[in-house]
Design a protein around this ligand. Structure first.
Ligand code: ADP
Ligand code: MG
Length: 697
């Protein structure tokens, strides 16, 4: 029975020597139940504890073992109280410095004792020192020079609650020899796709790399043994996405054709023609909607490519077939804007538009809920308030999620589950303006089909982007005055690194006051996340109607907001934001036919990297190009947003480094899905189940 998945898969941790009930329970809480689970807790870093560096040879910056005799332990008073311990060996001295310590600790450093320490060397006032090193007091037996020195590099494991590195290493040392037995683990990868490394060999290597390994490669995660594991992890991840897709498609969905010609009527009232890119994507969506299985489609389109109208047209066949459509946006400002737009489009066609957001409460909320539940309300726009349990749809046929990068996968699935009550699954249309490099999209949205809206509506002028130091603020203010005099509007965006609404709001208030002082004759508005929803809506409306000339805002306006007459945007401290986020922000201008400008007003001095990043933005307006660069400069977290990256954290794989493995991983995963349920299960349990318990170092 065990041979189906290898015997370590069902060998409980309790069976490992030295693991009692208390430890086993602690491990179980971390998702480590079997010896296999333990072996797949993978180190990310390594230390060299193979030799002792004499004090005389310590160099600041090196991390090493050192050993010597205690001369003196003393408490230094001063700016920061510290316990200082002086050690000596035959080549020189070393100071240990502890800021957090107990009195008893001082006593334990009796002169004459020998200690071995491990830590990073820095230059202190008395020569080399280590701050809070690991310390081992040596006894007669351990005092021999070689004892305790490792014959391999020492792995550093991801921090797991309540377990020390030492404890983990001891456990691994007991588990690793079990790999020698035949049938220890299921090895899912054919040798040819794994560089000749068996799974057992790869595990042995990463947990205990020999001292002569290529350290640069190892630390970069590029050793073939690590790559072998990373590949397997990516296969498992792709499998989990394919399974999610399969699960979502096990339900029937309403096949919708637009027999009522609603789309025709809709197009007829539009003041413009669809672009070729919009038409192509719409064609794909319509085809999906006609199937009796749920559509799972991601539409990517650069800022301003016209996704909203595509969403509205996607709703038409579903509405025509008598089903409900829900549209979810990540912010109230955007949800409100959608509400207005959908109302103006659909109410003339006899389709009432509902509205549900956090600010809708009390009786108004109950009325909305009732009409959603009765099916009277055919089209609902709103925020994440839409996926709360109290919302029951009568016949939900399509879920549209705008600016998906702001949501996590769970939220998306929660909304689609809302539809299941009626016995079928709603179709899903997910829209994102953050262009995601293909490889990253495969990982974040591997369960979705992808469409890209190519190109922008005609007549758009390119946005001219200028990079300006904050010292030129006065010139800029003059320019704003000219700009407004010519009938155009302006955004002034304050960015802050703090993810604190209150601090952001304060900064925006200060900026607004300054502008009001310099430009007393202009109508200057202020919007930020601290305002009441109704106030935000009123301010946005005043800006949209031209009553406000200059809108000072925090990044609350980042996504979706569409006021075509605004053609100048100033972004303060752009160096603090990711490129994709800046590109999003900048996309608020360049929506009308007037020439548009974006001024990136940076604080001096700007680092070399900072300069390089702003130049990328100045030189490109192609969201895909910018995202690729952002990915290589700042990693997947910046491009996808933390929400999304949280959904895809890996133990060994690295999306950037291992991009080349994604395509083959996908192919193998599809193959396993089709032909090998047993291996599929083994892989998923190994890599995906309960992975959330691991924190990363
Ligand atoms: P995004 O893709 O960033 O969500 P929007 O859907 O907000 O873009 O569209 C941006 C602007 O372009 C809107 O004012 C919209 O009315 C306009 N628009 C959309 N499609 C077209 C088109 N085919 N021709 C002209 N203007 C269009
Ligand atoms: Mg949009």
């Amino acid at each position: 029975m065990t041979s189906a998945s290898g015997f370590l898969h069902s060998l409980p941790m309790r069976q490992l020597r030295g693991v009692g009930p208390a430890l086993a329970e602690k491990l179980a809480k971390l998702g480590i139940n079997t010896v296999e689970d333990l072996l797949f807790l993978l180190p990310r870093q390594y230390e060299d504890r193979s030799q002792i560096t004499p004090f005389g040879a310590l160099i600041p910056g090196m991390t090493t073992l050192a050993e010597g005799e205690v001369k003196l332990a003393d408490i230094a008073l001063g700016r920061r109280r510290a316990l200082l311990v002086r050690l000596r060996d035959h080549t020189g001295g070393l100071t240990l410095r502890f800021y957090h310590f107990r009195q008893s600790q001082k006593e334990s450093y009796r002169p004459g004792l020998r200690v071995r320490v491990f830590g990073e060397v820095r230059l202190g006032p008395l020569g080399p020192e280590m701050v809070h090193p690991e310390v081992e007091f040596l006894s007669e037996e351990t005092a021999s020079p070689e004892s305790g020195l490792t014959a391999t590099l020492t792995p550093i494991y991801p921090l797991v609650d309540g377990l020390t590195q030492r404890r983990l290493r001891e456990l691994m040392a007991r588990a690793l020899p079990l790999l020698d037995q035949t049938d220890a683990l299921v090895d899912v990868l054919p040798a040819r796709s794994s560089g000749g490394w068996t799974l057992a060999d790869a595990l042995r290597y990463v947990h205990a790399p020999p001292l002569d390994s290529d350290r640069r490669r190892l630390l970069a995660g590029e050793h073939p043994a690590q790559q072998r594991l990373a590949f397997e992890e990516l296969v498992a991840h792709q499998l989990s996405l394919l399974q999610r897709r399969q699960r979502q498609r096990q339900w029937p969905a309403p096949a919708c054709t637009d027999s009522a010609q609603l789309s025709e009527q809709f197009l007829h009232q539009l003041p413009f023609q669809l672009t070729h890119g919009q038409q192509t994507v719409l064609h794909e969506i319509r085809h999906d909607l006609q199937q009796p299985t749920p559509m799972l489609r991601l539409v990517q389109g650069d800022v301003g490519s016209g996704k909203t109208v595509v969403a509205a047209l996607a709703a038409c066949p579903v509405l025509a077939a008598g089903y409900q459509v829900a549209i979810m946006a990540p912010t109230e400002i955007l949800a409100e804007q959608h509400r207005q737009r959908f109302q103006s489009w659909f109410e003339p066609l006899g389709i009432p538009v509902g509205w549900l957001a956090g600010k809708v409460t009390g009786k108004a909320r109950q009325t909305q809920l009732n009409s959603i539940a009765s099916g009277e309300c055919r089209l609902v726009t709103g925020t994440h308030a839409l996926f709360q349990d109290s919302v029951q749809f009568a016949r939900l046929g399509l879920v549209i999620i705008d600016e998906q990068h702001r949501f996590g996968v769970e939220q998306r699935l929660a909304l689609t589950r809302r539809g299941l009550a009626s016995g079928f699954a709603p179709h899903q249309l997910i829209m994102t303006a953050t262009p995601i490099p293909r490889t990253l999209a495969m990982s974040a949205y591997g369960d979705l089909d992808t469409s890209v809206i190519q190109g922008l509506p005609p007549g758009r002028q390119p946005i001219q982007t200028v990079v300006l130091p904050a010292t030129r603020r006065d010139d800029l203010i003059t320019r704003i005055a000219h700009h407004v005099a010519s009938g155009q509007q302006v955004y002034w965006v304050c960015t802050l690194i703090e993810d604190n609404e209150q601090i952001q709001a304060q900064a925006a208030e200060v900026a607004a006051d300054l502008l009001r002082e310099s430009l007393p004759h202009l109508a200057i508005g202020l919007i930020h996340g601290q305002l009441k929803a109704a106030d935000k809506a009123a301010i946005m409306a005043a800006f949209a109607s031209g009553q406000i000339a200059v809108l000072v805002a925090t990044t609350v306006i980042e996504v979706g907001v569409d006021v075509p007459n605004a053609s100048l945007m100033v972004i303060e401290n752009p160096e603090r934001l990711g490129l994709s986020q800046l590109h999003q922000l900048r996309g608020r201008v360049g929506r009308g036919s007037a020439a548009s400008f974006c001024v990136l007003l940076y604080q001096t001095p700007l680092s070399g990297l900072g300069r390089e990043r702003l130049q990328i933005l100045r030189d490109s307006q192609d969201g895909f190009v910018i995202a690729e660069k952002d990915l290589s400069l700042r990693g997947p977290g910046e491009v996808l947003g933390t929400r999304q990256t949280g959904d895809i954290s890996f133990r060994m794989a690295d999306l950037l480094r291992d991009q080349h493995l994604l395509e083959p991983a996908r192919v193998l995963a599809e193959h396993l899905m089709r032909d090998n349920a047993r291996l599929e299960q083994a892989l998923l349990q190994r890599w995906v189940a309960e992975k959330d318990h691991y924190a990363t170092v």
